[in-house]
Design a protein around this ligand. Structure first.
Ligand code: ZN
Length: 245
C-alpha cells in the first residue's frame, strides 16, 4: 500500500488542499495522525475533505479532543485557548461526530499510529533522545508514525546494539523502513509547521517497497491568514504561518 501520511492540519484548508494536490498520484491509502482542527479557520471543510480520501485511517489529537470539550482548557496557552473556544462554536454536528469516532492508537499494515507518542498517544511531545527508550518499549511493530510537535523527526533503534538516535530528516529524503531498524517517524505539520519552513509538510510511505519519503509543498499562506483574521481568531496565529513557527 502507498500511504499519504499527514498530521496537524489544524483547520488550514489551503495547506491541506496543496498536500492532496501534490501527492494525489502517489497514494492509495490515507493515514491522518491527529489535530484536524484547532488554530485554523476551516475545521469543517478540512473534515469533509479528509473523509473523501481513499482508505482513510485517522486518529484523534489533543486539539480534536479539546474541540469536543473533553479536556480542561487551562492546560492550553492563551492563543490556543481562544482558538479552541472559537473551534467549539464553529464545529458542525457532522464534524463533531467524525472526531468522536476516532481512536487514540491504530495498528495497521505493520505500523503503529499515534498523535503524540507510544507512551502517551495524545499529549507527549516526542523531541529528545532521553524519551526514546520508554517509547520504543511501548509498541511492538518495527515502525511507529506520530505528529504533535509539528517538527519532522526520526527516532531510530539499531538492531542488536539497540542504540538509539534522533535526527531531523532532509526534504525529499527517503528512509528504508525495513524491519531491522525500528523507527518513530514524524513527517511534520500540514497546517502550522514549526521548524522554520513555512511550507506544508507530509510523508509518503510505501509498505511494499518499505520506503518513507519526506515532502514539503508551498501553499497560498496569504489566503489562510486573511481567513484567520476575518474569523476573529488571534492575529498571531496568522503571523506565525509566514515564518513556519
Ligand atoms: Zn498540533
Amino acid at each position: 500500500m502507498r500511504f499519504l501520511v499527514f498530521s496537524d492540519i489544524h483547520g488550514n484548508l489551503e495547506a491541506m488542499a496543496a498536500v492532496l494536490a501534490a501527492a494525489h498520484a502517489e497514494f492509495d491509502s490515507t493515514l491522518f495522525l491527529g489535530d484536524l482542527v484547532g488554530y485554523g479557520p476551516n475545521p469543517n471543510e478540512c473534515a469533509d475533505l479528509l473523509c473523501l480520501q481513499p482508505n482513510l485511517t485517522a486518529i484523534v489529537g489533543n486539539h480534536d479532543v479539546a474541540a469536543l470539550g473533553e479536556i480542561d482548557l487551562d492546560t492550553f496557552n492563551p492563543q490556543a485557548k481562544v482558538a479552541t473556544a472559537w473551534t467549539q462554536r464553529a464545529l458542525a454536528d457532522e464534524t463533531r461526530r467524525f472526531l468522536e469516532s476516532l481512536g487514540q492508537v491504530e495498528e495497521l499494515a505493520g505500523l503503529t499510529a499515534v498523535h503524540g507518542s507510544p507512551r502517551d498517544p495524545i499529549w507527549e511531545y516526542l523531541e529528545t533522545l532521553d524519551q526514546a527508550p520508554e517509547n520504543f518499549a511501548r509498541f511492538t511493530t518495527s515502525l511507529c508514525l506520530n505528529g504533535h510537535t509539528h517538527v519532522p523527526r526520526v527516532f531510530s533503534q539499531a538492531p542488536e546494539t539497540r542504540t538509539m538516535r534522533v535526527e531531523p530528516p532532509t526534504e525529499g529524503e527517503t528512509l528504508a523502513t525495513d524491519d531491522a531498524v525500528r523507527r518513530i517517524i514524524n513527517a511534520g505539520s500540514v497546517g502550522q509547521p514549526r521548524d522554520g519552513d513555512p511550507r506544508a509538510a507530509y510523508g509518503l510511505l510505501d509498505t511494499d517497497t518499505k520506503k518513507f519519503t519526506f515532502r514539503r509543498v508551498e501553499y497560498d499562506i496569504g489566503v489562510t491568514q486573511s481567513k484567520i483574521v476575518a474569523a476573529g481568531l488571534p492575529e498571531a496565529l496568522a503571523e506565525r504561518l509566514t515564518y513556519g513557527f
